[in-house]
Design a protein around this ligand. Structure first.
Ligand SMILES: [Zn+2]
Length: 480
């Protein structure tokens, strides 16, 4: 099957060029202009006036994930999109590859935990490929360090550590962080952190609750930016001692950015992301009435408008490397079941389907990012840093035939009414975007047209990733 995408503007991390793309037998065959190519193709898509980009990669989602930070039994424990739902929402929004999480609960073996997660993945028809990070909670189980090394052979080449959520089983101490970093360094794996000072936050939370301060805004007030900056700094320094490559998830504050920028300039092997919602929502949204404010309880919390501007600046200058979604969807019923106290509200928001359109509108239309920087942040860097490049995240010959045709002239309004995720609210409700996903090709097959998934729902599967610590080069300077 030869698919020719003709007449569009091809956008990669290296720049934009008017070119055709031929996808043959599931892979990109060439990018350029070949006379007569249309006569030779089985199907020709007219992409004139449109942007042709690599399928986007979101390496931070939580599908059918247990709610680990809340202890109240009244709340349904899982995020509301299962792997199937999430993969459909992702691909309709232009994201053709996901990396989600397998979770080790304390006492469980790491390989066992991976196998359980892979069994769940195998039970769902997936529209995208899904790789897995391993959430490591307990190095006390026999053979844990050898099993961490073995995970890399299984294609699970990144270890996620929670430095927060003191009352959950997942928060680790510095001993565990450092030992995992040593194992990662020895195996060219990547350490991934949720960086917040879990102990200090827990004290602030208990004091707030004792004082009767349980409104949603206290979710932010008990997690001040310095608690993020402190943990970011600690993770950077401990990984530096261990010689490990470090990736910091969901950076939200100017204080944390300053730590990251200094470390990068000093040669630390650190990369960092922010998530779409931090570029749109700010802390004042938590002061809305409880049934509204509870929607925007996510962690780290939304910050000030100044922090939001600092994040945009960091994306443009290369202090931040990736934009992901941290798609962690709950229904309004789940959210409002915990609206009486910030301590009971499930943490997280949907967004896996919105990232490309929101970032094009706010970033490219907003004059903050070039189209090629957008592709770098959403496609190329996540693929490179997580061992999926060059098959994912680019359109060079030999790459997987995962292509998004994006119509910069198409307008639509983001709303729960047209949302694919089973979450029944939209973070970007009412946001008018100029630029929308037109067609999505996965593995050389047209799978999405007119925001509808058309193909067999079981095309995707578990994606084994390469070891990728080498992608975290030492001393990459940030742009001035
Ligand atoms: Zn997350």
């Amino acid at each position: 099957m030869k698919l020719l995408i003709a007449g569009g503007q091809v956008v990669t991390a290296d720049g934009s060029t008017d070119a055709d793309v031929l996808v043959d037998d599931g892979r990109v065959a060439w990018v350029g202009r070949v006379p007569g190519a249309d006569a030779d193709a089985d199907r020709v898509i007219d992409a004139r006036g449109k942007l042709v980009m690599p399928g986007a990669v979101d390496m931070h989602t939580h599908l059918e994930a247990p709610n680990n930070e809340i202890r109240e039994a009244a709340i349904d424990a899982l995020t509301c999109d299962d792997y199937h739902d999430g993969s459909i929402a992702a691909i309709v929004g232009g994201t053709t590859t996901l990396v989600d999480f397998a979770t080790q609960n304390p006492g469980d073996g790491l390989i066992d935990s991976l196998e359980q997660c892979r069994a769940k993945l195998a039970a769902r028809p997936l529209a995208t490929d899904i790789g897995l990070h391993m959430i490591v909670a307990d190095l006390g189980v026999p053979g844990a360090e050898a099993e961490l090394a073995a995970l890399c052979d299984e294609g699970v080449t990144s270890f996620k550590l929670f430095m927060a959520y003191k009352e959950s089983p997942l928060m680790i101490d510095d001993d565990t962080l450092f030992r995992v970093a040593q194992v990662a360094a020895a195996n060219d794996a990547v350490v991934v952190v949720h960086a917040e000072s879990g102990d200090a936050i827990n004290v602030l939370q208990r004091q707030a609750v004792a004082a009767g301060d349980t409104a949603a805004i206290w979710h932010a007030r008990t997690r001040p930016p310095a608690t993020e900056a402190e943990a970011v700094n600690r993770a950077i320094e401990l990984c530096r001692v261990a010689g490990a490559a470090l990736y910091i998830m969901h950076v939200s504050s100017a204080e944390a950015l300053a730590v990251i920028e200094r470390a990068k300039r000093g040669g630390a092997r650190v990369r960092a992301e922010t998530c779409t919602h931090y570029l749109y929502v700010d802390e004042s949204w938590l002061e809305r009435p409880p049934e509204e404010a509870c929607k925007f309880v996510f962690t780290p919390p939304p910050r000030s408008a100044d922090d939001r501007e600092a994040l945009w600046d960091a994306l443009a200058r290369g202090v931040l490397d990736v934009v992901s979604t941290d798609h962690c969807p709950y229904t309004l019923e789940q959210k409002r079941g915990g609206a009486h106290s910030f301590m009971a509200t499930p943490n997280g928001v949907p967004g896996v389907e919105n990232r490309l359109e929101v970032m094009f509108e706010l970033g490219v239309r907003g004059g903050r990012l070039s189209p090629s920087r957008l592709v770098e942040l959403l496609c190329t860097e996540p693929a490179r840093l997580y061992g999926m490049h060059p098959s994912k995240g680019t359109l060079s010959p030999g790459a997987d035939g995962d292509v998004v045709i994006f119509d910069p002239a198409a307008e639509r309004t983001l709303s729960v009414d047209s949302q694919i995720s089973t979450a029944d609210f939209c973070v970007f409700e009412g946001l008018r975007v100029s630029g929308s996903v037109d067609t999505v090709v996965r593995g050389g097959q047209v799978v999405v047209e007119n925001r509808e998934y058309l193909a067999d729902p079981g095309l995707g599967g578990f994606l084994a990733r390469q070891r990728s610590a080498q992608a975290f080069r030492i001393g990459q300077p940030t742009e001035a």
